[in-house]
Design a protein around this ligand. Structure first.
Ligand code: AMP
Ligand code: MG
Length: 182
């Protein structure tokens, strides 16, 4: 069980993608890990950061750049290895001892798949909050809304660029804060 309940880590990953299925020789790789911390007592959102990650098994396609704004040059210049990024989560964010949250199941599944395939230890603990499901349940929607739709319903302006991990993580933190405090 997690033993640090002071802050929740909010995570939003961007990954290499294509219009349809990946090309035969490629696997989807995480290229950005968006992070922030939501303080449970104060509601403050801190430590908002995007870590660019070099893809090992694929390349950033023009389709992916159009969706995320992340270019092959950006990950080549500023990206670190997936293993190193997971190590930052563990060391700087104490990620294995904290509750973590993301919007939907995608981020959890992508981390599980990529960690298993690359032999990297899963950087999170067992307590994961799916903010997309929680938002639907809290508001008795009967269906799950996308992140932009949820923000609109809450009258919270979308900060930054949608589909950039750094900004998505912050916006998801705002939604989670509202759910927990209303
Ligand atoms: P998001 O957090 O919504 O920005 O999406 C996370 C990742 O899911 C993206 O970086 C893509 O790899 C994938 N993804 C999201 N939307 C699409 C889409 N319309 N087509 C293909 N892949 C997508
Ligand atoms: Mg995103």
């Amino acid at each position: 069980m997690p033993n640090l309940l002071d802050k929740i880590i909010i995570i939003d990953v961007e990954a290499t993608c294509w219009e349809g299925a990946p090309p035969a020789c490629m696997e989807s790789d995480i290229i950005e890990i968006g992070i922030c911390l939501l303080d449970i007592q104060t509601g403050e959102i801190t430590d908002n950061r995007g870590i660019l990650v070099k893809p090992d098994r694929s390349v950033v396609s023009p389709f992916c750049t159009e969706l995320t704004t992340i270019t092959p040059e950006m990950v080549a210049q500023d990206g670190i290895s997936f293993k190193e990024a997971c190590s930052i989560l563990r060391k700087e964010y104490v990620s294995q001892k904290r509750v973590w949250a993301s919007f939907g199941a995608y981020d959890l599944k992508q981390f599980q798949r990529q960690c298993a395939a690359m032999g990297v230890g899963f950087p999170f603990g067992p307590s994961h909050i799916n903010v997309k499901t929680l938002f639907a349940l809290k508001n008795k929607l009967g269906h799950e809304e996308g992140m932009a739709g949820a923000l609109k319903m809450l009258d919270i302006p979308l900060k930054g660029t949608h589909h950039r991990g750094v900004d998505d993580a912050y916006n998801i933190a705002k939604i989670l804060h509202r759910i927990l405090n209303n």
